[in-house]
Write a protein that binds this ligand. Sequence first.
Ligand code: DX5
Ligand code: ZN
Length: 218
Amino acid sequence: MIQIAPSILAADFTNLGAEARRVLAAGADILHIDVMDGVFVPNITIGMPVLAALVKAVPAVYDVHLMIANPLRYVAEFCDAGADYLTFHLESDSDVADTIAAIRKCGVKVGLSIKPATPVQALWPYLALLDLVLVMSVEPGFGGQKYNPEAADKIAQIRAEATRRGLADLKIEVDGGITQSTALPCIRAGADILVAGSAVFGAPDMHAAIAAIRNANQ
Ligand code: DX5
Ligand code: ZN
C-alpha cells in the first residue's frame, strides 16, 4: 500500500494546525516534518517545540526528517516531542549505529536517509537495523526543487537488497520534487512512502493531488 506523507514545509506556517488537519482530511497518511539546522543544510526551519505543539493538537503519524549535523544530540528530545518515525542522515556527524540504537531505545521507528550523491551501498551495514530508508531525490535544504531521476534506481537497488535479505517490512520513502509524474518511477521501483510538499500544498484541489500521487501507477 502506497502512503502519502505531505511535507508541512510547504504549508502556511501562520495556520499550521489547520493546515495539518486539512491535509489529513484530504487523504494524507503521514505528516512529514522537515527539521533543518542551518549547518547540515543551509536552511533553518522548525524544531522540537513546533513538533510537540502539532502532535498535541493534531493526532497523526509524524515522520520527522532530521537534516541536522548532530542528530544523536537531539534524539531524546524529538522522541519526547512525539515523533513516530525519526529519520536522520547517514552523512551527519553522529555515529550511525549509536544514533539508530538511541532512537530504538526510545521506542520510535528508525529511519536512515541518503543524499543524492551517497551510494546505496553505504546503507548496507545498517539495513537490518532500520524501519525505513529515505532516499532524497533532491539535495536536502529546500522545498520546490526538481526531482532527480537517479532516485528510482536507488529505490530499486534498496528494494532488491532488502528482498534478498528477507527484510520484508523495510519501508522505502522518497522525498523531493514528487508529483504525479515523478511518483510513477518511484512506485514502480518499490517505494512505499512518498513525501510531497509543493505538489500537495500548492495544488488547487489537495484531495485530488494526493490521490493522483498515490495512484500514479494505475
Ligand atoms: C527537502 C525536504 C523535502 C521537501 C519536499 O530538503 O526534505 O521534504 O520539503 O518538498 P517538495 O515536494 O516541494 O520537493
Ligand atoms: Zn523531508
